[in-house]
Design a protein. Structure first.
Length: 91
C-alpha cells in the first residue's frame, strides 16, 4: 500500500514538472497537494496522504527516484518571520 502511494506521488510530481512551462516548481506541501489533485485521477487522489506532514514524508521517500529522473528536490524555509516550509522541484 505504501509503495502505491509513493508511486502515485512520484508520477504526480513528474507530471507536474512535465506540464510546467518553466523548469521550476516551488510551493508548500499544501500547494503540492493541490497541484497533485489537478494531475491525478479520482482514485489516485483518494490515496494521497491526508496531511501536509504525511505528504512531506512520502516526497522525502521518492526524492532519490525523482533525482534519478533528472528532477532536483530541495526542501527549505522562507526567510520571513513565519519561516514557512517549502519544497522546490527543478529540472
Amino acid at each position: 500500500m505504501t509503495r502505491d502511494i509513493e508511486d502515485i506521488v512520484f508520477r504526480g510530481v513528474t507530471s507536474i514538472m512535465e506540464g510546467q512551462s518553466g523548469s521550476r516548481w516551488t510551493g508548500t506541501m499544501t500547494n503540492l497537494n493541490t497541484a497533485l489533485n489537478r494531475v491525478l485521477s479520482q482514485r489516485q487522489r483518494t490515496l494521497l496522504p491526508g496531511s501536509p506532514s504525511a505528504l512531506r514524508v512520502v516526497v522525502n521517500k521518492v526524492a532519490n527516484r525523482l533525482r534519478s529522473r533528472g528532477i532536483g528536490v530541495r526542501f527549505g524555509r522562507t526567510t520571513d518571520h513565519a519561516r514557512t516550509r517549502f519544497v522546490r522541484f527543478t529540472q
